[in-house]
Every structure is written in C-alpha cells, then in structure tokens.
Design a protein around this ligand. Structure first.
Ligand SMILES: Nc1nc2c(c(=O)[nH]1)N[C@H]1C(S)=C(S)[C@@H](COP(=O)(O)O)O[C@H]1N2
Ligand SMILES: [Mo]
Length: 198
C-alpha cells in the first residue's frame, strides 16, 4: 500500500521541521505513566460516545476493518526528542467522526486508554487526516510499550496528546483536561511554539 508523506505539516506551524528546543533521535524511547496494560482481542472494545448522532462501538476486527491509511510522520516528545519518518498505519480521526456524526455542540474531545490515561484536544485539532488511530509502526504490529494494540498519534502536537492503548473517544460540549494537562503540561502543546508547560 502507498504511504502518504505528511512530514511537511510543520509548514503550517513553523519554519523548521525540527521544532525549537528538540533534538532528533533515531531511537524510539518509551514514556508511560505506569505499566503496560493487559488486553485480549476477544474483549477489546473501542467506543465513540458523547455529543454524536450515534454512539459507536467496535470490536478489534471491526476497528481494523475500517478504511486505513499509511502515513510518514514525525513524532515530537515534550521531553525534548523528535523522531522523524515514522510510518504509522491506521484509521484517521475524521473517518470515526463522520461515522458517528458529530453534533454541532461538540467542541472538544477526550481520549481514554486502558491504563486510565486521558488526554484532550479541541475538536478542530482532531479532525485532521494526520490524527491516526494506529496499530502498525514501520510495517510491524505496534509494540505493547508503544501503545499496542492501538494508539493515537498527533504529529502536530507533542506526543502526550496521543493516547497509547486508546479504547475510546468522547465528544464534549465543554473543554476538559486530561491526565498530564491537569498536572502541568500545556493544554495546547504546539511544538513549534514550545508550549510544553502551563
Ligand atoms: N495511555 C497512555 N498514553 C500515553 C502515555 C501514557 O502514560 N499512557 N504517555 C504519553 C506521553 S507523556 C508520551 S511522551 C507518549 C510516549 O509515547 P512512546 O512511549 O511511544 O514514546 O505517549 C503518551 N501517551
Ligand atoms: Mo511525554
């Protein structure tokens, strides 16, 4: 399958591909608030809830049967490293939003995960083709420590906006803060504006 290169999205936000204060690394460090959660394929369920026309729920088979894309993206960690040219395969956020039918009152989204992690973004920062629910990295199943079976990637934001082990999204009518956003990390998290802390 062909790969869409979205590594030029930085032009929307800044002059340089490497955001200010970041170092490029070829490694893929792991950052998690706790241990890797257990899951099994039979019980796994992904839900779309909140301010939508129709709440949705997907089994693992149903989710991975949705239309997928493979994209080459950059990954920026708030702790100062960036990894270029990551290939992620998955379902773009707008695909799920269209299926559920986002109501006019929805302004914000909360992502939740199997380890209890949450993270939030304004709706407009989610309805982008580059916001992927991904289960494949560089042609292999996404490793458990990097969020397998399913994680979110947000190449236009620091990576804490991408929930590993994601199992649901809720459309909200008021902004709310997720795990790190309540604990001092920036709510907006624009790497090119160095929005690291709030
Ligand atoms: N569910 C969950 N998602 C998470 C985290 C977490 O602890 N739990 N950590 C976040 C943080 S702070 C970062 S920097 C990235 C790290 O992703 P990586 O471990 O694949 O490098 O995942 C984000 N997503
Ligand atoms: Mo992080």
């Amino acid at each position: 399958m062909s790969t869409t290169d979205v590594t030029d999205l930085y032009r929307e936000f800044g002059d340089e591909r490497l955001p200010p204060g970041q170092r490029e690394t070829s490694k893929f460090p792991v950052l998690s608030k706790g241990s890797v959660p257990d899951w099994n394929r039979e019980d796994w369920e992904f839900t779309v809830t909140g301010a939508v026309e129709e709440e949705l729920s997907f089994s693992w088979e149903e989710f991975t049967d949705l239309p997928r894309t493979t994209q080459r993206q950059d990954f920026h960690c708030v702790t100062g490293w960036s990894k270029f040219d990551c290939e992620f395969t998955g379902v773009p956020f707008p695909e799920l939003a269209e299926r559920a039918g986002v109501r006019d009152e929805a302004v914000h989204v909360m992502f939740s995960a199997l380890d209890g992690y949450t993270t939030n973004l304004p709706l407009a920062d989610c309805t982008r083709e580059e916001v992927l629910f991904t289960w494949e990295f560089d042609g292999e199943s996404l490793a458990p420590e990097h969020g397998g079976p399913l994680r979110v990637v947000t190449p236009h934001k620091y990576a804490y906006k991408g929930a590993k082990w994601v199992d649901g999204i809720e459309f909200l009518t008021e902004p709310e803060r997720g795990f790190w956003e309540k604990r001092g990390y920036s709510n907006t998290a624009d790497p090119w504006n160095e929005e690291r802390y709030s």
